[in-house]
Design a protein around this ligand. Structure first.
Ligand SMILES: [Zn+2]
Length: 252
């Protein structure tokens, strides 16, 4: 029998597992990642691709109004352009993470190139805040066998998500609001089942206050969707926590 009958499916399976590890947000085969909070009562809202001078200040005010703390994964070259805004994010009680220097797809890069991308952003944040970040999120969520270990060498844990509603797409705010419905659905299910469900895990939401292509990207729909959901999520009993509080403080 032709050995290709056996070899071809095996190769396809290996390729499939590899692709799963690169792309699927909760895959762990290239190393451990954080992809849930430690309690169904804790929602970790995260923002990528900032800082963004035209959106982030409004977002900080909105989060303050709802006593929400969040995590911002910043692009190093934008950190260097807006150091005052980075300090403001931190001063308001939010946590800052590394989202690389220039936002490449790390899948295609060598270990040395990955290291340079992470190291430059790491230094930009450390120089601005006086302390290095402890969290890292890969651009586009893309990993390869080196990404998570390179972040670990810088003292950073890799953070993924449970929900990424696609707020970069040019759709009406109503579309984005409906895409964020699963958060409320999970919260209702948890309150229905009471203390048994409280031992469960909560969502990490991935939104964007910036655009990786340029500063001052339009993210007004993200603000509008949060204006809609923050009071409703609060009414459902959710706490809005940073990634530190999502995994390091005891479950609610
Ligand atoms: Zn990004």
């Amino acid at each position: 029998m032709n050995p290709l009958y056996f070899a071809a499916p095996a190769a396809l399976t290996t390729a499939g597992v590899f692709a799963y590890g690169c792309v699927y947000p909760r895959a762990q085969i290239f190393g451990p990642t954080i992809c849930r909070t430690n309690s169904c009562g804790k929602l970790a809202i995260t923002f990528d691709d900032g800082p963004n001078p035209s959106i982030t200040p409004k977002l900080l005010d909105l989060l303050d109004r709802h006593e929400a703390r969040a995590t911002f994964f910043l692009i190093g070259r934008f950190v260097r352009e807006c150091p005052g805004l980075v300090k403001e994010i931190s001063a308001r009680g939010h946590v800052i993470g590394n989202h690389t220097e220039t936002h490449p797809n790390l899948f295609w890069l060598t270990p040395g190139q990955i290291n340079a991308e992470l190291q430059q952003c790491h230094a930009a944040i450390a120089d601005t805040l006086g302390a290095p970040p402890q969290w890292f999120r890969p651009p586009f969520g893309m990993r390869n066998p080196w990404v998570i270990s390179k972040a670990g060498e810088l003292g950073c844990q890799t953070v993924m998500w449970t929900l990424i509603p696609g707020d970069w797409r040019e759709k009406p705010a109503e579309w984005l609001i409906s895409r964020m419905q699963p958060i409320a659905r999970h919260a209702r299910r948890s309150s229905k089942y009471g203390s048994a469900a409280a031992r469960g895990t909560g969502d990490i939401l991935c939104l964007h206050d910036g655009s990786h292509r340029q500063l001052n990207g339009d993210r007004t729909r993200t603000l509008a969707a949060l204006e809609h959901w923050l009071p409703r999520w609060r009414d459902l009993g959710l706490e809005f926590v940073t990634i530190d509080d999502a995994v390091r403080t005891p479950a609610l």
